[in-house]
Ligand binder design. Structure first.
Ligand code: SF4
Length: 318
């Protein structure tokens, strides 16, 4: 049996039931696929499922997405992180409705012109929606192919031939996630171990060692208005993360911060950055320009979860 057939047979018997895995002929397929692919960028399947289900309940199709306002979309995205994805998805939906009659184009070049769509997402959408013979190289697929063929991944694509291109693209990702895992691959029960270079050589291929992410230290300064339980936030910060979102003043950690009271130190992770945060505060009714007061309890504007964690730390001060 050919390699692609073996992987597809394994997939048919073992694939997970996921809400965006619906029939290629379903009217919802294009919307479900593009939405899930944006959500799955940098985020695990199990985290995405509840967000996806809630999102399609509130915004059921591409047209509705294109007409939604950004605040609503960011609210539905809240907690999923990497908010640029949500903004790009929104922009893309508008272009699709206006320029492509609400359909996802079937050309790699046209897809790549859309905000938030790179090589990987373009390939995966073409395979899943149009059954084009494309392999989307996410981390799982790269690992499977390099282990199986022991050659570089571009050439490894030639190992596969099938009419079920969409299923194969997904099967390879699923196989990498469930069987050919980064650590302790399930080689003994693997359906393709007789065809696998890694298994037959029993020599471990050297994979790039994961770069250990160093945590960075920042000082956060909160202006607080005691009488009204408010905090001053600004969208004008030039940090590399959470650009143009509502945040207090933040700067790289310095040794001394006179005039500010130290409250606590805590850790947070955002956009694959590990942050070591020192929180300072001062009560004041005057704030610098470009800052606005926000209530800790009620906000009409979108507040990222990074800032909400700060709210939690300071709430007892009032
Ligand atoms: S035999 Fe092991 S290394 Fe090879 S494809 Fe199967 S799980 Fe991966």
């Amino acid at each position: 049996m050919k390699l692609s057939k073996k992987i597809l047979t394994w997939y048919d018997n073992n694939k997970r039931v996921l809400p965006w895995r619906i029939s290629q002929t379903s009217k919802k397929n294009q919307y479900y696929r593009i939405l899930s692919e944006f959500m799955l960028q940098q985020t695990q399947v199990k985290t995405v499922i509840p967000y996806f289900n809630n999102f399609v309940k509130k915004i059921p199709n591409l047209k509705a997405l294109s007409k939604s306002n950004e605040k609503k979309i960011l609210k539905l995205w809240e907690g999923l992180g990497y908010y640029t994805r949500a903004k790009n998805l929104h922009k893309t939906s508008k272009i699709l409705v206006k320029k492509y009659n609400g359909l996802i184009p079937d050309s790699f070049e046209k897809l790549k012109e859309l905000p938030g769509i790179g090589d990987y997402t373009a390939n995966v959408l073409l395979a899943l929606i149009y059954n084009q013979p494309r392999v989307a190289f996410d981390g799982n697929v790269k690992r499977v192919l390099s282990r199986v063929s022991n050659i570089n991944t571009d050439k490894a694509v030639n190992l596969f031939k099938t009419k079920r291109n969409g299923d194969l693209a997904e099967a390879l990702m699923e196989f990498g996630a469930l069987v050919c895992k980064p650590k302790d691959p399930k080689c003994y029960e693997c359906k393709i171990n007789t065809m696998c270079a890694y298994y037959s050589s029993k020599s471990k291929i050297k994979f790039k060692r994961k770069i250990k992410i160093q945590s960075k230290s920042y000082d956060i300064f909160c202006y607080l208005k005691k009488s009204k339980k408010q905090i001053a936030l600004t969208k004008s910060n030039d940090l590399g993360f959470l650009k143009k979102f509502n945040l207090p003043k933040i700067q790289k950690a310095a040794k001394k911060n006179k005039n500010w009271k130290f409250l606590c130190n805590y850790k947070n992770s955002i956009s694959n950055k590990k942050l070591n945060l020192n929180l300072y505060y001062k009560f004041s009714s005057k704030i610098p320009s470009k800052y606005n007061w926000y209530s800790l309890n009620k906000n009409k504007e979108f507040i990222p979860s990074f800032t909400k964690k700060i709210f939690k730390q300071i709430t007892h001060l009032y």
